[in-house]
Design a protein around this ligand. Sequence first.
Ligand code: 5RP
Length: 235
Amino acid sequence: MSDNAIQQMKQAVAKAAADRVKSGMVVGLGTGSTTAFVIQFLGDRLRNGELSNIAGVPTSFQASVLAKKHGIPLVTLDDVEKLDIAIDGADEVDPAKNLIKGGGAAHTREKIVDSLAEQFLVVVDSSKLVQKLGSTFPVPVEVLPLAVTPVSRALQALGGRPELRMGVKKDGPVVTDQGNLILDVKFDDIPNPAELEKTLNNIPGVVENGLFVNLADVILIGEIVDGQPCVREMR
Ligand code: 5RP
C-alpha cells in the first residue's frame, strides 16, 4: 500500500470519527498520526460553528500541543468524572476488537483516558487489521528505568523477546511522557491476550502494556475501494 493511500485512509476515518462528536461532549484525544487528523477536524468544526462547548482530555504531550494549536479547550481527569467519547488509534485490531497500542509510546495515558469514556472509538486504516494480535507488531511495555533489566528477564521467561525502543533523531532510548522507557516485546504467539495483559502488568517495574482487551466499543476502518477512500464500521 502506498504512503499516499494510507494518508487518504487515515484522513477519511478521522473525518468520520470527528463527525460523531456532538456539542457539549467531553472527548478523549488520542495520540498518533490518525488522531492528529481527528484533532484537526474537531478544530475545523469548532471554528466553523458546527460544534460548540466541547472539552478535550489529551492522552499525550503531542495531543495536548495539537489540541491547543487547533483551538480545542482542554480539561484534566481532575475536572471530569467521565468522558462521553474517546477517539484513539491502534497498531493492531483483531476480530474481537482487541488492540495493540503504544506505537507512539503513549499507551499508559491512552488506557487511562480511553477506559473512562462511555464510548471508546478506535480509528484505523485497513493495514492495522489482523487475525491474531502480535502478528505484525510487538507489545509495547512501559517500564520504570531502574527496572529495565529485571523486567526484560521476566519477559524472556514468558517467551517474549524484548527490545528497548530507541529514539529517532535523538540518541538513546525513547523516554515516555511519564519519564519511563519502552520495551517492545515480540511474542511468537499470543493465545490469550486478556491473560497476557494481566500477566505483564503483574511484573514489578511494569507501568502499563499496550494490550487493550475488551475496551474498544467501535472500530472505524478507513480503506480504499475502487480507488476511493471510504470508511466502514467493524461488525
Ligand atoms: C500511540 C498509539 C497510536 O494510537 C498508534 O500507534 C497508532 O498510530 P497511528 O495513527 O500514527 O498509526 O497507540 O501510543
